[in-house]
Design a protein around this ligand. Sequence first.
Ligand code: ADP
Ligand code: MG
Length: 707
Amino acid sequence: MRQTGTSRQQDWSGETGVQFVRGVGPARAEALESVGVQTVEDLLYFFPRRYLDRSTVVPIRKLQTDQEATVVGRVAAKGMRGGRRRSYFELILQDNTGMLTCRWFRGTRWMQNKFKVGEPLAVSGKVTFFNGYSMNHPDFDKLGAEEADPVNTGKIIPLYPGNARLKSAGLDSRRLRRIFQYVLPHLQELLAEYLPESVRTRFELVPIRHALRGIHAPADQRSLAHARRRLKFEEFFFLQLMLALRKFHAQAQPKGIQYQEIGPLFDDLYRLLPFELTGAQKKAMREIRADMKSETVMQRLLQGDVGSGKTVVAMLAASIAVGNGYQVALMAPTEILAEQHYRTVRGFFQQLRVPVALLTGSLKGADRKSILTGLKHGDIPFIVGTHALIQAVVDYHRLGLAIIDEQHRFGVLQRGELAGKGTNIDVLVMTATPIPRTMAMTLYGDLDVSVIDEMPANRQAIVTRKIGPGKLARVYQFIKEELHQGRQCYVVYPLIEESEKMDLRAATQGFETLQKEFAGFEVDILHGRLSQEEKEDRMRRFERNEIQVLVSTTVIEVGIDVPNATCMLIENAERFGLTQLHQLRGRVGRGEHRSYCILVNRAGKQDESSAAEQRLSIMVEFNDGFKIADEDLKLRGPGEFFGTRQSGFPDLKIADFMNDTDLLYLARNAAFDVVHDDPRLDGDDHVKLKQHFLDHYREQYELSHIS
Ligand code: ADP
Ligand code: MG
């Protein structure tokens, strides 16, 4: 298209390939692809990971031992030190206030030729004291000649994310800064503002070109702050715009079902409940009732901690649909959970003379056939099942309500597939993953949310302890006392995919030991390798207290409900994630008896700060799932917390769900207002916005539109 190196680049635009930028070229362009940069515009949105400036750089005189610090200075001396056997590379860095010794014990040959005396350099690492202040194996960034003194000149120096590809192509931060020096003066030609004027004024956002200049070459802290605010805002804004459009267009569908009357079954079911609903359950129920009564399609998330009583609410919703002559499908992520729901649902609905059936993958032959026929002809008003419910062969007579349990196990697509089995049907999604509101807003931003934030009154906090294997004998003693009082116990072994066989063996061996330990009580084992009949049979017997100690892999993780079980012993608890531990613990503390959860840490003596130890401590400290989720998010970050790819949770470039929540709220309002006023984004004010949205978010939007 054009040559590199010429000073005037006339016919370039944001879409021009990045290789045509001066200082890039084909080899570096290839390396840039590894970070998703293909065009000039992509390059502009490749943001610095952090900055060196007065607030982040520490003068050497002020260093303290054990501090994580960044120091900027010039190379005063360098060379190999130590004997022939244990030699290392040493570099003395000097600023106006003192000297810092940097040492490298590995890769020394390469290091020797890497630096020149007099060269400006930034190093980051932990400060140690050994013959003066020093750092071992610090990270380093080379600086330009004019960048050597950010502390006194007030300069702000961007540092870019790096990887091996970029490094070997010579694209370090210094090079990227130079490339931006060349690109930024051309911003005028490269891109135009796309946020509507009205949004920019209302939320006081700087124009995009200011923002990009401010992020890559900030003149001062203020322009950097403005740049960051604008760019974070827009990142949230486009996400929320996607959700707003999704929601608007889902609800603008022809018309949803209107369940005018609450129907004959609702009151009967209500009377059958052996308890009074909690205030939070009633509130959720009212919200659902209002959705079902109105002609808009219900798309509601029912969020509540394990044991908060979501299933009851779902059943009441189902009774409205069935009472109005529609079918209900309840989909659960595992067979065991589907079976359990099936038993609960059938327990109530049989008394209402409403047939209930179970459809899972393992159902075969004539039974399966008769269920498929029953669904097609409408003889089965209430079906409970797994993914099997969304198979192509499954036809419904008149599906009116889809209930999806443990949504985080299903993708958005599967939610859509179940809903697609009927016409404009209502959807109720249940999740026990208590996520902070800001997260819910993004992950489920197209759903209305009801939160059950109150536990049934008969619940007591679960007593949680972490122990080492040395204390097991005493714990067994304690469990025996519980068993003698008529209670039951779970013992859980981890199941980790890589070594399923080994884990199974651990569980089986544990089972044998426990059988001896708890002689006189019925001990049995539950794991994924058993046939469905065996699993169901053992669960049933545990429910009926014919089994007192249930040894299990994590198949019991979600949903299982045996109020008489008061003890849970989790083996190798250090191998579980926080959310999973909390889910497991939720299996006890479901009745009126005081319940206990014992976490066995077999990782050996660990320092208190190890991640596993921290997780266990959080479990001991908190019972509330929302608090635990918060802590988990802090420990792992949203990407890992949700499993970015699987959940569709966005990878943010610059904004941060934990720290930028104010902006998230603002951006959400802005986006929903825009869509409210102009649902097709056809207004003059929205031409550029729509273009930008389609250029950058089309794929995600359409994916979601299927749902
Ligand atoms: P979740 O699905 O939210 O984990 P469940 O619906 O399975 O919770 O309810 C957990 C247990 O609490 C069940 O045994 C259920 O019958 C019981 N339960 C539900 N609501 C109440 C309530 N309001 N009062 C007392 N017990 C309740
Ligand atoms: Mg449940």
